[in-house]
Design a binder for this molecule. Sequence first.
Ligand SMILES: [Zn+2]
Length: 235
Amino acid sequence: MGKRVLGVGAHPDDLEWYTGGTIAQLARAGAEIVFVVCTDGDKGSYAPNAHARQLAARRRVEQRNAADTLGIAEVIFLGYADGELEANAHLRKQLATLYRKHQPQLLLAFDPWKRYELHPDHLAAGRAALDARIAAKMPLFYPELRAQNLAAWAIPELWLFNADAPNHFVDVSDTLDAQRRALEQHRSQTTVWDDAARAFIEATARANGKAIGANYAEAFRRIVIQGALVVAEGT
Ligand SMILES: [Zn+2]
C-alpha cells in the first residue's frame, strides 16, 4: 500500500499551484492522496459582476477535475468564505478529525511563517493545519471522537509549501507537465494558467531545481517528528 498523504489548501488551485509536480510524483509512486480545500474560492474573480455562488460551484468542479488529472483519491471541501478564513478552534477540530480519520503519514500545508505572504487565507490555512496536527495527536482533545473510533493520530512528517526557509526540494522535472495540466483545469482562474503564470511557475521551478542540480524542483520546509521531538529537518 502506498504512502498516505493529506494536503491542506486554502483555495481551489493552491495545492496544484504550489505542490502539483510533487503531488504527481507521489501519486505515480502509489501514494493515496487526499486534498482538503478550506474555502470555496467564491472571491476568485476580478469581474465585478461575477456571481459568487456560481463561481464557487464552478470551482468545485474545476478542483475535482484537477485532482482527477493528478490521481487524487478524494477532495474534501470545507466551504469557508474565500478571504475570511480564520485559524480558529472550529477549523482546527475539523482538520484534526480528518487527520484522525485518514491517518496521513505526510502532511502538505502552507508555511504559516512565510514572510510577506499577502493572502490571509494562506497564512490561516497553514496555521490551522499545524494546530490541528497537535490536537489530532493528543488523545485528550475531542474525547467525543473516540466514540466514532477516531483515535489520536500523530502525523510524523510535514512538508510546508510556500516555505519561508525551504530545506527540502523535490525534483519535478518529469511532472511539470502534469502540474500544468492540473492547473489548466482551473479555467475560471485565468491568472493561474495564462502565459505569464506558466512562465512564473517554470522560472520558480527552475530556480528551485538549482538547489539540487535538477532541471525543475518544488521547495518545501520539511519537518520530521517522533513523539514530541523534531528528529529531522530537511533532507
Ligand atoms: Zn490561494
